[in-house]
Design a protein around this ligand. Structure first.
Ligand code: CTP
Length: 398
């Protein structure tokens, strides 16, 4: 059961090779995967949705709106999947996906998918060789799409050459290999926090910070992709909760503390990426503070509970604890102090002085500081890649 717990979204487009897809779905299901299928209208001429819903044990989607007027949530499909595999993919669909044309449910799912995407092309020899197709493949590869095949052999046209969809067994082996390399957190219970907190001054106003939550969400997704059972405790971010991750929404540092400490005893790995407020108003006004109430009000503050430090004190052997430090001066020295004081396994340092590593950015530049080791500096990368670097360091500790 090498695919147990894996979520595979299979996209099917209008090629004769579509008749092989029920076999592919059966291979995935036999190995324990959960499979959902999205078809283009043209593909329904080559294989029936009934065959695919029977073998996948899930309804098959092919339009934005179902016959019973229910809207099909392409974003939910795109965020649900651990892998989006389009097999077979035609020259026509590749051209649409390469340009961002979004006139089918499958194309909308492609634009919404956050997971890795694989494609198994199927077309005739000359279509495959055509400059347009070559360019589209190049563009899609630039989006990060991984291509499986095509194979060489007899083609439906009667010609022989490159363009056949790879056999289901070959595609299946490729998918197995993809997941095998990335299951180092399989069965591990992981807690990630993300985003800012909001500390109420009155029912209308609050104190907060610029954290976007992107780094924490990228970490939660990376853990899920590598097999973990993930709980994400998130402050207000406006980001879509990652599919397959148990997300607990909180507002204040106090609420985050409560949610985290409830989960913590059963957790193997905790990464505190949230920007938790260090202070909160000593007393939130019950009603809106009016400006004509008298003198300029002074805001009395009290410290919040340091969640990470509490975890550091309660940590049992075998539990891995990782913190973040956002610094503007004496970065490494300050981060080391937090590493020691909060009893962490390592700390991820961000400097606001680094270009491209600021709030709301899709990239980050980190330094990992581990007890007794030299700081490990990483170049500027996309947050999804930074997340995987952090997971690689955690993986070595467990
Ligand atoms: N943190 C926490 N609870 C708090 C404050 C911070 O769990 N009340 C966590 C953050 O999630 C982060 C780490 O502690 O992982 C570092 O937070 P930071 O605010 O940078 O450190 P502080 O110890 O609060 O120090 P300072 O604000 O003085 O830099």
């Amino acid at each position: 059961m090498q695919l147990r717990g894996r979520k595979i979204l299979l996209g099917i487009t209008g090629s004769i090779a579509a008749y092989k897809t029920p076999d592919l779905v059966r291979l995935f299901i036999k190995e324990g995967a959960e499979v959902r299928v999205v078809m283009t209208p043209a593909s329904r001429e080559f294989v029936t949705p009934l065959s695919l819903s029977t073998v996948s044990r899930n309804p098959v989607e092919s339009a934005f709106v179902r016959d019973d007027d229910q809207w099909v949530n392409h974003v939910e499909l795109g965020t649900w999947a651990d892998l989006f595999l389009v097999a077979p993919v035609t020259a026509n669909t590749m051209a649409r996906l390469a340009t961002g044309i979004c006139d089918s449910l499958l194309a909308a799912v492609y634009l919404s998918a956050r997971c890795p995407v694989m494609m198994a092309p199927a077309m005739d020899l000359d279509m495959y060789r055509h400059t347009s197709t070559r360019q589209n493949i190049k563009t899609l590869a630039g989006h990060g799409v991984e291509f499986i095949g095509p194979a060489t052999g007899d083609l439906a046209s009667g010609l022989s050459g490159e363009g056949r969809m790879e056999e289901p067994e070959v595609i299946f082996a490729h998918v197995l290999g993809f997941f095998a390399g990335k299951s180092d957190f399989l069965g591990r219970k992981v807690l990630v926090t993300a985003g800012p907190t909001r500390e109420a001054i009155d029912p209308v106003r609050f104190i907060s910070n610029h954290s976007s939550g992107k780094m924490g969400y990228a970490l939660a997704e990376a853990f899920r992709m590598r097999g973990a059972d993930v709980t994400l405790v998130s402050g207000p971010t406006g980001l879509t909760p990652p599919g397959g991750v148990k997300t607990i929404a909180v507002e204040s540092a106090g609420q985050m503390h409560k949610a985290c400490m409830k989960a913590f005893p059963g957790i193997d790995v905790t990464v505190m990426a949230a920007a938790v407020a260090d202070y909160t108003p000593a007393k939130a006004a019950r009603n809106k503070i009016k400006k004509d109430a008298g003198d300029t009000p002074a805001l009395a503050l009290k410290p919040t509970e340091d969640i990470l430090a509490t975890m550091g004190r309660e940590k049992k052997s075998g539990q891995v604890l990782v913190g973040f430090a956002l610094e503007t001066t004496d970065e490494v020295a300050n981060a080391r102090k937090k590493l020691r004081n909060k009893n962490l396994d390592f700390i991820v340092l961000n400097s606001l002085r680094d270009q491209g590593a600021g709030f709301h950015s899709d990239t980050n530049k980190i330094t990992i500081i581990e007890k007794g080791k030299k700081p490990k500096r990483f170049p500027l990368k996309r947050k999804a890649d930074v997340a995987n670097d952090i997971l690689d360091s955690i993986s070595r500790l467990i």
